[in-house]
Design a protein. Structure first.
Length: 159
């Protein structure tokens, strides 16, 4: 059975939180990365939205994204999480693409991803780069001493 994508709905909350917990664990930045998921579940807004991936009845992925408050045409991808047993099937890429399509339909000119420069997040950077994101900037010692922040950007306008 193929994976299907759909908007996050309140009955998905427990499974979506579990995916986020598994993906982010107890990393020092985990709470700030999970906060947009809470926002997406709490209220329908342009700033926080989410798409989930299902394999049959099982929730196997979630992407949280939104429009950047105070900016015109700027989108943000907060995080993508995929269940360990469902990885390497293109689900993260499909969720990333779906988020970009949604943001573009809302008038976004580009999408930004901010990632701590942690070894455990290298797969996330690789997925983002394969999806067309390019390094826009880097801030040294941003997350904490010795751990910087990389900013990735993808244009959504037609060439």
């Amino acid at each position: 059975m193929p994976v299907t994508l759909s908007p996050l709905i309140p009955p998905d909350a427990t499974a979506a939180h579990a995916l986020a917990m598994a993906a982010l664990g107890d990393a020092p930045y985990a709470d700030s990365m999970r906060a947009p998921l809470v926002g997406a579940l709490a209220t329908a807004s342009d700033e926080y939205a989410a798409i989930v991936a299902r394999d049959g009845d099982a929730l196997v992925g979630v992407a949280v994204f939104g429009e950047t408050a105070g900016a015109r045409g700027a989108g943000r991808l907060y995080f993508v999480a995929v269940a360990a047993g469902a990885r390497r099937r293109g689900i993260a890429t499909a969720l990333t693409e779906a988020a970009c399509v949604h943001l573009r339909s809302r008038g976004a000119r580009f999408v930004v991803i901010e990632l701590p420069e942690e070894p455990g997040l290298q797969p996330a950077q690789a997925i983002a780069r394969r999806a067309g994101f390019r390094e826009e900037g880097r801030v040294e010692d941003y997350v904490r001493d010795g751990v910087g922040l990389v900013v990735l950007r993808r244009e959504l306008r037609d060439p």
